[in-house]
Design a protein around this ligand. Sequence first.
Ligand SMILES: NC(=O)c1ccc[n+]([C@@H]2O[C@H](COP(=O)([O-])OP(=O)(O)OC[C@H]3O[C@@H](n4cnc5c(N)ncnc54)[C@H](OP(=O)(O)O)[C@@H]3O)[C@@H](O)[C@H]2O)c1
Length: 299
Amino acid sequence: MRPVVTVLGGSGYIGRTLIVRLVRAGCAVRLLTRSREHTRPLWVLPNLDVRELDRYDFSQLAMAFAGSAAVINLVGIIRETQRQTFVRAHVLLSQDVVAACAKAGVTRLLHMSALNADPEGPSDYLRSKSDGETAVRTSKLHWTIFQPSVVFGPDDAFLNVFARLLPRVPLLMAPSAQTRFQPVYVGDVAEAFCRALSLPSAIGKTFPLGGPCVYRLDELLRWLGKTMGSPRPILSTPTALAPLQAWLLEHLPGHLMTRDQLLSMQKDSVCPDGRASALIELGITPTALEDVAPRWLRP
Ligand SMILES: NC(=O)c1ccc[n+]([C@@H]2O[C@H](COP(=O)([O-])OP(=O)(O)OC[C@H]3O[C@@H](n4cnc5c(N)ncnc54)[C@H](OP(=O)(O)O)[C@@H]3O)[C@@H](O)[C@H]2O)c1
């Protein structure tokens, strides 16, 4: 019998890679989604059971968890709307997931948070991610928490956004251009989840996930421009103007950035030791941005 791993938020960018890995690793995956249509790219996979549900309905959640060897919660948002708040998606849902695991008799929970999640963090996103972690950490479950820095990959909403923008502009004004990031490859993040599932030593641990190198945002953007064949001057938006720029980007189509994201960027998104120690501890060789990203960042 294949172990059933139930995933929430698996139709998204990181989830799609993780689900492929889980299936390859021999799991039967139960994917819970708001809409089957969101999961279309995954329909070709064997041993995948897609179930539509209202994940804010506790009884539906507990029923959907029944019989699972583990639950993985990847749900996260970066932009609040009137209907969807950070508290609802990151805190209340995490509390419900914990309670639904207990009700359904599931003991193993893998929870996705973010680097710099902190009750005193600079942004609502980071504070709510921290409250979500607290719900998990204070439970009696066998939990593991992951805190990635920015996650890069062929479909990411970070480098690819700038990659589309750079060829179209004469120069780029970047807010918080001096902020440092430790981009981690989406395949490595997915692999970290897969390995942690079968590692008893991962229980009760929080893994900050970063790649092998740390870059300032302006360095990353210069590298990106060069790699894309569109080198552009990268200027730092004056601190006083950055909130206005973020407000504009938040309200333009595509929502390239939000004011809350700008607040998150007040803090470097770098693992505590500045190294990819968690990936190495999980037996994963960290993938360098320069080794894989040029494959999809073609001019
Ligand atoms: N991408 C990064 O660089 C990064 C960095 C650090 C942490 N993280 C965390 O990693 C997780 C996955 O990130 P991702 O980039 O893969 O995100 P994503 O592509 O936006 O996917 C997130 C998933 O969450 C669910 N979701 C989205 N909005 C929702 C809402 N309003 N209510 C309920 N569910 C909703 C969706 O599932 P359905 O549509 O199937 O319902 C979606 O598949 C998130 O928790 C995020 O905070 C990401």
